[in-house]
Design a protein around this ligand. Structure first.
Ligand code: ZN
Length: 130
């Protein structure tokens, strides 16, 4: 992987470009404070934890928490030197099951899983549809 390219890539992603659904907004709001070690680990390879490519949420629980099966991040460069890791009970590994990225240069996608966060936005997506 190319750490310098990733730093540039992530700094160029404007927050206005990120998904605005409640699951992504909640994730972006909570992830760094809830998983500081994971955030540092990703930062060391050039990835901004607050700019996920895709999140895989379950339904918010009445307890005020939400589980995410995982979250995916784009990594520029060659996957050959990427090492699977576990940080604070979260596994970081390459995934091939992800939406199209529309990126032409060499890249791969990693998934961090599982993730459990506070459901801070308190928006129930089911009642919202009424
Ligand atoms: Zn979203």
């Amino acid at each position: 992987m190319d750490i310098q390219k990733n730093i540039e890539f992530y700094s160029e992603i404007a927050s206005s470009y990120l998904c605005k659904c409640v699951y992504c907004k909640n994730y972006i709001h909570e992830i760094e404070a809830t998983y500081p070690q994971l955030s540092t680990y990703l930062k060391n390879i050039g990835i901004d934890i607050t700019k996920p490519f895709e999140v895989l949420p379950l339904n918010p629980e009445p307890s005020g928490y939400i589980d995410y099966i995982g979250a995916q991040y784009i990594v520029l460069g060659d996957s050959q030197y990427f090492q699977k890791a576990t940080i604070a009970d979260v596994t970081i590994d390459i995934t091939t099951s992800h939406p199209g990225t529309n990126i032409n240069e060499k890249h791969f996608v990693i998934e961090i899983s599982p993730i459990r966060l506070k459901w801070v936005l308190k928006i129930n997506p089911i009642s919202e549809k009424r």
